[in-house]
Ligand binder design. Structure first.
Ligand code: KG4
Ligand code: ZN
Length: 351
């Protein structure tokens, strides 16, 4: 099947063309980072407006790069939640409009399902996709979740953050240090070659008894350190970034390996924006080798928000004809959207 997927849940407008849920012909992304940077975070109203401005260009770019005409698209997949409702609506209404006009099926997708199954795409340096079941760690600006992925559409939640997500902690600490948004990228860059043992920050929830995370205490520990010592510069700033990053990475890696061990799983995948982190990638690779686990991490462009990651899951639902009404008529934007129960489960839905 030739599928066009659309993602607009936060501050990236993206469209991709995917063949048979495996082969990525294009993945066009318009990032709004420069727009939100001066506010230190995503401004929802600005995000929606810019999605409206960019969505058609992004779709045209995706089709042009794939050398595919719109009329050849056999089905559509679009993120319907979780995310910013105003942003989601732009992608959803565009997908519905295209599906209606072309009389093609359209399916609403959970953004987290996209992150969890992006590794099913054909990727360079990955001869074959991971076999089910595997352990999935999603670490992004909004989520720090551990799932068992039993198959497409079949997820079991083992642990999640009780407060801030890992990416949120990176962004908030960066803000305290006067670094630009998104902070994770800056902290990663500054920490290169610095001393991760310079400051002994706490490892929150350092226990194997459960698989939940908590990062707000770590953020407070950094705030307390800054209140006592002031905001560092130069090498001291780099050391602080490395020490904070090490605390986050230690917990993420320990819990993921423990989760895989506790469920006798042989494969671990890591996705979401924080999966771009160089220390997390290195440390996860070492820990997986020691634990006899196979590690799958997609390239950075497929870890941060993008539409191509929705290709495998869109193909699955479209070919199973699990679609949302006539040409996507029943798709609703959902700010919160549970995963691991019914994919239709929702706490709030909007037309
Ligand atoms: O998945 P994503 O693009 O959007 C959400 O769904 O949230 O993730 C964005 C998050 C931001 O918090 C950003 O700071 C973080 O991913 N991030 C990183 C890195 N690159 C992006 N965090 C740590 N190290 C990085 N290299
Ligand atoms: Zn995401």
């Amino acid at each position: 099947m030739l599928v066009l997927t659309i993602e607009s849940s936060c501050d990236e407008t993206s469209a991709a063309v995917i063949v048979d849920g495996r082969r990525m012909l294009s993945n066009a992304v318009a990032s709004q980072i420069p727009i939100h940077r001066r506010f230190g975070g995503v401004v929802p109203e600005l995000a929606s407006r810019n999605h409206i401005r960019d969505i058609h260009t992004v779709i045209n770019d995706a089709l042009a790069e794939a050398q595919v005409g719109l009329g050849e698209i056999e089905g559509f997949g679009v993120t319907s939640g979780p995310g910013l409702v105003g942003s989601l609506l732009v992608g959803i209404e565009t997908a519905k409009g295209l599906a209606w006009t072309l009389k093609r099926p359209c399916v609403g997708l959970n953004h987290l399902e996209g992150h969890l199954t992006a590794v099913m795409l054909e990727l360079e340096n990955q001869p074959s996709p991971p076999a089910f079941p595997y352990l999935g760690l999603i670490v992004s600006g909004g989520h720090s979740d551990i799932y068992v992925v039993h198959g497409f559409g079949d997820y079991e939640l083992l642990g999640r953050t009780r407060d801030d997500a890992a990416g949120e902690a990176f962004d908030k600490v960066a803000k305290m240090l006067g670094l630009p948004y998104p902070g994770g990228v800056e902290i990663d860059r500054l920490a290169q070659g610095a001393n991760p043992k310079a400051i002994a920050f706490p490892r929150p929830m350092w226990t194997r008894k459960h698989l939940d995370f908590s990062f707000s205490g770590l953020k407070t520990a950094v705030a307390t350190h800054l209140a006592t010592h002031g905001i560092p510069t130069g090498l001291a700033l780099a050391d602080l970034c490395a020490s904070f990053q090490q605390a986050v990475v230690d917990v993420l890696v320990m819990k993921s390996v423990e989760a895989a061990r506790s469920r006798s799983l042989e494969r671990l995948i890591i996705s979401g924006g924080v999966a771009c982190n160089s220390m997390l990638r290195q440390q996860a690779q070492t820990a997986c080798q020691e634990a006899g686990l196979e590690l799958f991490v997609a390239p950075a462009s497929l870890c941060t928000d993008n539409a191509a990651m929705l290709g495998p899951i869109a193909e699955f639902y479209l070919s199973a004809q699990q679609i949302d009404g006539f040409h996507g008529h029943d798709i609703r934007a959902q700010a919160n959207m549970a995963l691991g129960t019914s994919r239709r489960e929702t706490s709030r839905s909007y037309r």
